[in-house]
Design a protein. Structure first.
Length: 133
């Protein structure tokens, strides 16, 4: 084989190798980022229940961000009775919660939901419900 043809053949092989490698690398990273984003979204959907402790100093945490379809469970960790009631348009009411009793409410609509303890009105909190996009 003549040297010119040999150099041309090597150049063609090199160019084809670069094109194929670029395609494979692009395809790998595209699929990796797509899988990673879907995994994060799946994790958000899997977290269905969030916890709020009711203590002698109030609700912990007193502000919580969740997604539509998720639930919040309030657990009375105090020795006195508490009652979680909404102060927003959508009404929810735990009734009396004695020590270690709990109340769960599901939030199915985007919005800000404020609440308080009926027996201790200075104890307040809010749930921010976001839409999953």
């Amino acid at each position: 084989m003549k040297p010119k043809k040999w150099i041309l053949l090597c150049a063609v092989i090199l160019v084809l190798t670069l094109i194929i490698s670029s395609f494979v690398i692009f395809k790998y990273f595209y699929n990796y980022s797509k899988t990673k984003n879907e995994t994060v979204k799946d994790l958000i959907y899997q977290i269905k229940e969030y916890k709020v402790d009711i203590t002698n100093i109030g609700f912990l945490p007193n502000s919580l961000e969740i997604f539509e379809g998720n639930s919040v469970i309030w657990i009375n960790k105090d020795k006195v009775i508490h009652r979680v009631v909404s102060t927003s348009e959508e009404k929810f009411d735990s009734k009396r919660l004695y020590n270690n009793e709990n109340y769960t409410y599901s939030f199915n609509k985007e919005g800000v939901y404020e609440y308080k303890c009926m027996y201790h009105p200075y104890e307040t909190g809010k749930i921010i419900v976001k839409k999953i996009t």
